[in-house]
Design a protein around this ligand. Structure first.
Ligand code: EPU
Length: 321
C-alpha cells in the first residue's frame, strides 16, 4: 500500500494572540540590544522535520536577565510562552503557535567550559558540540550524544537517549529557571525522570548543566564515536525527520512493530514512513504537519487493530491543530 492523498490544507490562521504585537513591542524596549525579537516567525525553518506554521512572536534572549525579563513581560500581558530548542523532536502544526516561543541559542546560552572530567554547558549548546569537546579532552561516556540532533536543554527536557544511554545518566547538576524567574541549581539525581520524559522541565527552563565524562584517551573516544555514527547511518534515515516518532512500547520496539505491520514506505501527502527505519517519518519535501499527523494516526490505528498496542508519540506536538 502506498500513497494517500495529502491531508486537507489547514484553514487560514484566524487570529494571532491579541497581545502578541504588544509583547513584541515591549520586549524590543526592555531587552538588551543583543536579544532578538521576531514577529510571525516561520517555524518550519526552525525544526528538523521542516513543517509548521508561524509563531506569533519568537524571542532569543541574550542572557539569563533578558530571559527572566521576557517571562515577566509575557506574564504581565497574559501571553502564553514555551521554550523550543533545536526543534529536532517537534511537530508544529500548520497553523503555528499562538503566543511566544523562546529559543535559548544566543552566545550567552551556548558557552561550553571543560574542567575535566566535567563539562559545563549552556542550554543552547548542540549535543554534537558537547560530544566533540568531550572527545577532544579524551573524556568517554558522552559519545552517544554525537548523533542526537538536539541541544542540551532539549535533551534534558525529554531525557533524550541513544544506544542504551539516556542524558540524565551523564549529568551531575542542572541550573534551571522557574516561570517566575527564580533560578535553582539541582543535583540531577534528585530530579525525577522517566524514559524520554522529565516532568520538571515541562515547566522550568534549563539554563545550563554539568556533564561528567570518564577520563580515557582521545583515540578510544573517537573510535567509539565513529562506531556509533556508522551504526546510526546504517539504521536511520538521513532525510528530514523528527527522530523517532513513537516511544518504544514495553513489548516491542516501535520500529520493528511498524516494519512487521508492513507500513514502511507508506505516504500521506509529502510525509512518508521511512523505508530505512519504521519509527521515523521523513519529509522529502512538501509535507505538511497535517500529513504527518494523519500518518501518525494511521500507524496508531493499525498498531491497535492488528496487535492491540497503543503507540504513544515521542515527538512533541505543538500548536493549534
Ligand atoms: N527494527 C526493525 N525494523 C525497523 C526498525 C527497527 O526490525 O524498521 C528492529 C531493529 O532491528 C532492532 C529493534 O527494532 O532489533 C530496535 O531498533 P533500533 O536498534 O534501531 O533502536 P530503536 O529502539 O528503534 C532507539 C531510540 C533511538 C536511538 C536508537 C539507537 C527510541 C524510541 N528510539 O531506537 O532514538 O537513536 O535506539 O540507540 O527510544 C529518538 O529518540 O528520536 C531516537 C531516534
Amino acid at each position: 500500500m502506498n500513497g494517500i492523498a495529502s491531508a486537507p490544507s489547514p484553514a487560514p490562521v484566524d487570529s494571532r494572540h491579541p497581545a502578541a504585537d504588544a509583547l513584541a513591542a515591549r520586549l524590543r524596549e526592555r531587552l538588551s540590544d543583543a536579544s532578538r525579537v521576531f514577529v510571525d516567525e516561520r517555524m518550519a525553518s526552525r525544526t528538523t522535520l521542516r513543517v509548521g506554521g508561524n509563531a506569533d512572536v519568537l524571542v532569543e534572549p541574550a542572557d539569563e536577565g533578558d530571559l527572566a525579563n521576557t517571562l515577566e513581560t509575557a506574564r504581565a500581558l497574559g501571553v502564553p510562552w514555551r521554550v523550543v530548542g533545536r526543534g529536532s523532536n517537534l511537530l508544529i502544526s500548520d497553523r503555528g503557535i499562538r503566543g511566544a516561543v523562546i529559543v535559548l541559542k544566543s552566545p550567552g546560552f551556548a558557552r561550553l567550559r571543560c574542567d575535566p572530567p566535567h563539562l559545563d554547558c549552556g542550554a543552547g549548546v548542540r549535543l554534537k558540540d558537547l560530544a566533540a569537546e568531550a572527545k577532544r579532552r579524551g573524556l568517554a561516556g558522552l559519545e552517544f550524544l554525537a548523533g542526537i540532533p538536539g541541544s542540551v536543554g532539549g535533551a534534558l527536557r525529554m531525557n533524550a537517549g541513544a544506544w542504551n544511554t539516556a542524558t540524565f545518566e551523564r549529568v551531575e547538576r542542572i541550573r534551571h529557571m522557574a516561570p517566575d524567574g527564580t533560578i535553582t541549581e539541582s543535583a540531577a539525581d534528585r530530579i525525577p525522570v522517566e524514559y524520554r520524559h522529565c516532568a520538571l522541565f515541562r515547566e522550568h527552563l534549563v539554563l545550563s548543566a554539568v556533564f561528567r565524562g570518564e577520563p580515557s584517551s582521545v583515540a578510544e573516544v573517537e573510535e567509539r564515536m565513529n562506531e556509533l555514527n556508522r551504526r546510526r547511518w546504517a539504521t536511520q534515515p538521513a532525510a528530514s525527520s523528527a527522530g523517532c516518532i513513537f516511544k518504544n512500547p514495553l513489548t516491542i520496539p516501535a520500529g520493528r512493530l511498524i516494519d512487521e505491520l508492513g507500513l514502511k514506505g507508506i505516504r500521506v501527502g509529502g510525509a512518508q514512513v521511512s523505508t530505512v527505519h519504521g519509527n521515523f517519518i521523513v519529509n522529502e519535501g512538501g509535507a505538511t504537519a497535517a500529513d504527518v499527523r494523519r500518518l501518525i494516526e494511521l500507524i496508531q490505528g493499525r498498531a491497535w487493530e492488528m496487535r492491540g498496542i497503543r503507540l504513544e508519540t515521542e515527538v512533541e506536538i505543538l500548536g493549534d491543530a
